[in-house]
Design a protein around this ligand. Structure first.
Ligand SMILES: [Mn+2]
Length: 321
């Protein structure tokens, strides 16, 4: 590990020991890694007797409700909250945390694994070879008295960001970290069912409705579908669409999947790929993310915009596969 990275770890550990008032934030459209890493760190700080709050400026999807201390993640926050240190987790830039950026304290710590992280904080612990922010947080915190609940949340984050050790971000370090996590007595099977087999019945029906309209271009192995606004706004739809993308990626003829999620003023476009670099594509189109999973905003809501965007992505990915 690089000396610089170790130096940042040492600084963060010192802050945790010396400071008392912490705020932890993560990105909007929170996924399993955002939630898992926030809960792991939050639960440890509370265990250490610190004053710690967590805030995400978005709805927390129902699928995370079973996680220990989930009720402590707030979606509104007192502006007058006194904070000495703010941790920003799993967010490549300050815009990703949405309204949470209003509550920034004098000292900011950025912990992340996105390759396009802009190193925006006072302390930046960024490792793009890590599978997940949860993996970085675990390795950072393992000298503290972690427990089964804390580690379960972090394992949840690691497992969801690797698609169950399946995506290209899974490497030797991922398995090594997972093994160390298992030593805390967590139940990997139980957590795996919670990550991948816990779609509420009414949500699954919506997923099936959306998935049944999937289009595919067999030559380029690109599949795409649209989530219309009325479904996006339904209480039964989860704003974390990873499970839906996973369902679509199970199609043999699909190497790359594009999901257009309709909002009032834009489409949020998520990309997943088995073999191609959709991270670079998203960056060209104004977004960001990882090699195998990324997203960007499409501000043009004209009817032709969807097909034009599919064509643009086909070209950027190099056409036929
Ligand atoms: Mn992540």
């Amino acid at each position: 590990m690089k000396a610089e990275y170790i130096a940042e770890c040492t600084k963060i550990i010192r802050l945790i020991k010396e400071k008392n008032k912490f705020l932890i934030v993560s990105h909007i459209y929170p996924d399993g890694d955002a939630i898992g890493s926030v809960l792991g760190l939050l639960s440890l700080l509370i265990k250490l007797g610190k004053t710690a709050s967590a805030y995400i400026a978005d709805r927390i999807p129902r699928q995370f409700q079973h996680l220990p201390n989930i009720e402590l993640i707030k979606t509104t926050l007192d502006k007058n909250l006194e904070v000495e240190v703010t941790f920003i987790l799993d967010s490549s830039n300050i815009e990703r945390i949405g309204l949470a950026s209003r509550f920034i304290s004098p000292l900011m710590v950025n912990i992340d694994h996105h390759p396009d992280n802009s190193l925006f904080a006072d302390i930046n612990l960024v490792d793009s070879s890590a599978s997940s922010t949860s993996e970085i947080v675990f390795n950072l915190l393992k000298s503290f008295p972690l427990d089964r609940d804390i580690v379960s949340s972090l394992y949840y984050g690691l497992l969801s960001d690797t698609g169950g050790f399946m995506y290209g971000n899974t490497n030797q370090q991922t398995f090594k970290t997972a093994l160390e996590m298992l030593r805390y007595g967590i139940s990997p099977g139980e957590i795996a069912y919670k990550v991948f087999y816990s779609i509420p019945y009414d949500t699954m029906k919506l997923y099936i409705e959306i998935a049944s309209s999937v289009k595919i271009d067999r030559e380029t192995k690109i599949a795409w579908c649209i989530v219309p606004l009325e479904i996006m706004e339904s209480d039964n739809f989860q704003n974390n669409t990873s499970p839906l993308l996973d369902i679509l990626l199970r199609v043999e003829e699909a190497d790359t999947v594009i999901l257009f999620k309709e909002h009032k003023d834009k489409y949020r476009v998520s990309l997943r790929s088995k073999t191609r670099d959709v991270g670079s594509v998203a960056r060209i189109l104004g977004g960001g993310g990882h090699r195998g999973a990324s997203a960007f905003d499409l501000l043009n809501k004209e009817e032709s915009a969807i097909l034009e965007t599919v064509e643009r992505i086909k070209t950027l990915l190099g056409g036929k596969l």
